[in-house]
Write a protein that binds this ligand. Sequence first.
Ligand code: PMP
Length: 362
Amino acid sequence: MTNRVYNFSAGPAAIPLPVLERAQAEMLSVNGIGMSVMEISHRSAHFEGILAGAEQGLRDVLNVPDNFRILFLQGGASLQFSMIPINFLAPDQTADYVITGFWGRKALAEARRCGNINVIYNSAEGGYKSTPQQGELNFTKDARYVHYVANETIEGVEFQYDIDGGGIPVVCDMSSNILSKPIDWNNYALIYNGAQKNIGPSGVAVVFIREDMLERIPTGLHSLLDYRNIAANDSMANTPNTWAIYMIGLVCDWLKEQGGVTAMQTRNAEKAAVLYNAIDTSDGYFTGHADRSVRSMMNVSFHLPNAELDEKFCSQAESNGLDGLRGHRSLGGVRASIYNAFPREGVTALVDFMQDFSQKNG
Ligand code: PMP
């Protein structure tokens, strides 16, 4: 068996080992058909079954209501930054954006190309460590939608509640915490995700869109940028990423075996607590980035006393089988991404390494 390391990468990220093993076993002949999933027509009955299975898997594990469509698209979560305003924001209209980190800023920049934007909360001044209270949010009258990022992957800042739009459709980027806990669908009009953290491999984005939102889309959009067209074609307006969609089905099967997203939520909280505790009991050697009340269960961003030590820490960790810990280039420091598939033993191994490192380099 190949030696596997503990993979703390923010995404593409660790995929559950049983999922990789099943994909390996089915590589040459998926469902006994004598071909791999990457070799069959997306229009074949074989693939139709795989696509339907992936969709049903997501519906089952997330309890997705019937009035939401599930779409599989390409272009990652980043294309959604553009598709959302292209579909829902005309030049004379306004949307509200809540900015709590790097990805919210990226979404904002694309939306500004389409219409008016009100930034109704921005934690830039505080260094992107916080989220607003619901009561701090003053929505623009007639805003077409309000957009926020549930978990800022780089800063490790996670909303602890769902924003209530008070009638304004809520659009949310859940790329880095989808499937980590149950979703209260009553709060949302559209949820989008790059798959490469908790859902599966990169190369597919998953969009959950409430059906009434499809009716608001203007006619005449480019067909592959038009949610209504993608929905009408059941995500097969063109050739989808067949491999990634297949993998999503396997990840959902694995999640069900694990006890679903509720079990994941408990497990994730336990893993994160071990790591945050190591930071908090380090006498200030390690400093967490996010405010304590909004710490992410998925991405734990912290730093050492200086950038030189950050680098030494990450490179020594790598030599010790703890991979992918370097913080994002925009923030530096260290980031441990501990998604659903990341094992608890890996967190313990990191904590042991942190204690050893701080003793030797204190
Ligand atoms: N949103 C969030 C919260 C992310 O973490 C990322 C990627 N790390 C993106 C959007 C961009 O995703 P993609 O690379 O799939 O475009």
